[in-house]
Design a binder for this molecule. Structure first.
Ligand SMILES: [Fe+2]
Length: 174
Protein backbone atom coordinates (compact mmCIF):
# COMPACT_ATOMS: atom_id res chain seq x y z
CA UNK A 1 0.00 0.00 0.00
CA UNK A 2 1.34 3.41 -0.91
CA UNK A 3 0.82 6.23 1.51
CA UNK A 4 0.74 9.62 -0.17
CA UNK A 5 1.40 12.39 2.30
CA UNK A 6 -1.10 15.19 1.81
CA UNK A 7 0.44 18.48 0.86
CA UNK A 8 0.52 21.14 3.53
CA UNK A 9 -1.86 24.08 2.99
CA UNK A 10 1.02 26.53 2.43
CA UNK A 11 2.45 24.27 -0.28
CA UNK A 12 -0.98 24.10 -1.91
CA UNK A 13 -1.33 27.88 -1.69
CA UNK A 14 2.10 28.49 -3.23
CA UNK A 15 1.36 26.01 -6.02
CA UNK A 16 -1.93 27.77 -6.67
CA UNK A 17 -0.18 31.14 -6.76
CA UNK A 18 2.41 29.82 -9.22
CA UNK A 19 -0.38 28.58 -11.48
CA UNK A 20 -2.32 31.84 -11.17
CA UNK A 21 0.81 33.89 -11.89
CA UNK A 22 0.74 32.54 -15.44
CA UNK A 23 -2.50 34.43 -16.10
CA UNK A 24 -2.39 37.53 -18.28
CA UNK A 25 -1.21 40.50 -16.24
CA UNK A 26 -4.67 42.08 -16.13
CA UNK A 27 -6.14 38.90 -14.63
CA UNK A 28 -3.20 37.97 -12.43
CA UNK A 29 -4.01 39.85 -9.18
CA UNK A 30 -7.55 38.42 -8.99
CA UNK A 31 -6.36 34.93 -9.87
CA UNK A 32 -3.69 35.05 -7.18
CA UNK A 33 -6.15 36.42 -4.63
CA UNK A 34 -8.37 33.40 -5.35
CA UNK A 35 -5.41 31.08 -4.82
CA UNK A 36 -4.68 32.79 -1.50
CA UNK A 37 -8.37 32.59 -0.47
CA UNK A 38 -8.44 28.84 -1.03
CA UNK A 39 -6.09 28.19 1.90
CA UNK A 40 -5.80 31.43 3.87
CA UNK A 41 -8.25 30.51 6.62
CA UNK A 42 -6.53 27.20 7.43
CA UNK A 43 -5.28 27.52 11.03
CA UNK A 44 -2.26 25.31 10.19
CA UNK A 45 -1.23 27.40 7.17
CA UNK A 46 2.00 28.63 8.78
CA UNK A 47 2.79 25.60 10.94
CA UNK A 48 6.55 25.19 11.10
CA UNK A 49 7.17 28.79 10.06
CA UNK A 50 8.52 31.20 12.62
CA UNK A 51 6.73 34.52 12.08
CA UNK A 52 7.38 36.71 15.10
CA UNK A 53 5.79 40.12 15.48
CA UNK A 54 7.47 43.29 16.69
CA UNK A 55 6.35 45.98 19.13
CA UNK A 56 7.66 48.62 16.71
CA UNK A 57 5.80 47.94 13.45
CA UNK A 58 4.21 45.23 11.37
CA UNK A 59 6.76 42.70 10.12
CA UNK A 60 7.15 40.95 6.76
CA UNK A 61 8.33 37.35 6.58
CA UNK A 62 9.30 35.93 3.20
CA UNK A 63 7.43 32.71 2.42
CA UNK A 64 8.39 32.16 -1.23
CA UNK A 65 9.93 33.93 -4.16
CA UNK A 66 9.72 33.10 -7.84
CA UNK A 67 12.46 34.99 -9.64
CA UNK A 68 11.48 33.58 -13.05
CA UNK A 69 7.91 34.84 -12.78
CA UNK A 70 8.96 37.90 -10.80
CA UNK A 71 6.91 37.75 -7.64
CA UNK A 72 7.29 37.09 -3.93
CA UNK A 73 4.91 35.94 -1.21
CA UNK A 74 5.18 37.24 2.34
CA UNK A 75 3.35 36.88 5.64
CA UNK A 76 2.69 40.16 7.43
CA UNK A 77 2.31 39.98 11.19
CA UNK A 78 0.42 42.81 12.87
CA UNK A 79 0.18 43.54 16.58
CA UNK A 80 -2.98 45.31 17.76
CA UNK A 81 -2.89 48.95 16.65
CA UNK A 82 -0.27 48.43 13.94
CA UNK A 83 -1.08 49.58 10.43
CA UNK A 84 0.46 50.27 7.05
CA UNK A 85 0.86 53.80 5.76
CA UNK A 86 -1.76 55.03 3.30
CA UNK A 87 -0.30 53.82 0.02
CA UNK A 88 -0.77 52.93 -3.61
CA UNK A 89 1.25 50.21 -5.31
CA UNK A 90 4.07 50.36 -7.83
CA UNK A 91 3.33 46.73 -8.72
CA UNK A 92 0.25 44.52 -8.76
CA UNK A 93 -0.67 42.94 -5.45
CA UNK A 94 -2.99 40.33 -3.96
CA UNK A 95 -3.49 39.54 -0.32
CA UNK A 96 -5.65 37.64 2.12
CA UNK A 97 -6.26 37.58 5.86
CA UNK A 98 -5.04 34.47 7.66
CA UNK A 99 -5.55 35.17 11.36
CA UNK A 100 -7.29 37.89 13.30
CA UNK A 101 -9.39 40.60 11.70
CA UNK A 102 -7.87 43.37 9.59
CA UNK A 103 -9.46 46.67 8.66
CA UNK A 104 -8.90 47.89 5.11
CA UNK A 105 -9.66 51.51 4.32
CA UNK A 106 -9.91 52.70 0.72
CA UNK A 107 -9.02 56.23 -0.41
CA UNK A 108 -9.54 58.44 -3.42
CA UNK A 109 -6.66 60.60 -4.64
CA UNK A 110 -6.64 64.17 -3.34
CA UNK A 111 -8.62 66.69 -5.37
CA UNK A 112 -5.63 68.83 -6.21
CA UNK A 113 -1.92 68.02 -6.46
CA UNK A 114 -0.53 67.89 -2.94
CA UNK A 115 -3.90 67.23 -1.32
CA UNK A 116 -4.00 64.14 0.89
CA UNK A 117 -6.05 61.12 -0.18
CA UNK A 118 -9.68 61.03 1.03
CA UNK A 119 -11.08 57.93 2.77
CA UNK A 120 -14.04 56.50 0.86
CA UNK A 121 -14.87 53.12 2.39
CA UNK A 122 -13.78 50.63 5.02
CA UNK A 123 -14.23 46.89 5.31
CA UNK A 124 -13.24 44.14 7.70
CA UNK A 125 -11.16 41.20 6.51
CA UNK A 126 -11.66 38.00 8.47
CA UNK A 127 -9.57 34.90 7.71
CA UNK A 128 -10.09 33.96 4.07
CA UNK A 129 -11.06 37.49 3.03
CA UNK A 130 -8.92 38.84 0.20
CA UNK A 131 -8.17 41.92 -1.86
CA UNK A 132 -6.14 42.69 -4.96
CA UNK A 133 -5.12 45.67 -7.05
CA UNK A 134 -3.27 46.57 -10.21
CA UNK A 135 -0.25 48.81 -10.07
CA UNK A 136 -1.02 52.49 -10.22
CA UNK A 137 -1.81 55.62 -8.24
CA UNK A 138 -5.60 55.19 -8.16
CA UNK A 139 -5.80 52.09 -5.93
CA UNK A 140 -5.03 53.61 -2.52
CA UNK A 141 -5.57 51.81 0.74
CA UNK A 142 -4.41 51.23 4.27
CA UNK A 143 -4.47 47.96 6.18
CA UNK A 144 -4.69 48.07 9.98
CA UNK A 145 -5.07 45.68 12.84
CA UNK A 146 -7.68 47.38 14.98
CA UNK A 147 -8.48 44.18 16.84
CA UNK A 148 -7.34 43.02 20.25
CA UNK A 149 -5.02 40.21 19.15
CA UNK A 150 -2.29 39.46 16.65
CA UNK A 151 -3.30 39.40 12.99
CA UNK A 152 -1.53 37.74 10.07
CA UNK A 153 -2.06 38.27 6.36
CA UNK A 154 -0.54 36.77 3.22
CA UNK A 155 0.56 39.12 0.44
CA UNK A 156 1.90 38.52 -3.05
CA UNK A 157 3.56 41.33 -5.03
CA UNK A 158 4.83 41.38 -8.58
CA UNK A 159 8.48 42.00 -7.76
CA UNK A 160 11.25 39.90 -6.29
CA UNK A 161 11.88 40.28 -2.58
CA UNK A 162 15.05 42.33 -2.98
CA UNK A 163 12.93 45.06 -4.61
CA UNK A 164 10.31 45.23 -1.86
CA UNK A 165 11.95 48.26 -0.26
CA UNK A 166 11.41 50.63 -3.21
CA UNK A 167 9.11 48.86 -5.69
CA UNK A 168 6.00 47.87 -3.74
CA UNK A 169 4.44 50.73 -1.81
CA UNK A 170 3.96 54.30 -3.00
CA UNK A 171 3.51 55.87 0.43
CA UNK A 172 1.07 58.77 0.41
CA UNK A 173 0.51 59.45 4.09
CA UNK A 174 1.89 57.97 7.30
FE1 LIG B 1 -1.21 47.55 -0.12
Amino acid sequence: MTYIRPRAPLDRMLAGIAEAARAAEADRPAAIAAAIAAEAARPDLLDGRDCPCSPDRYIRHLLAENRDQGYAVVALVWRPGQMSPVHAHRTWCAFGAHAGVLTETFYAPGDAPGDPPRPTATRLLAPGGTGHAAAGPQAIHRIANLGCGRAVSIHCYGVTYDRFGDSVNEVLSA
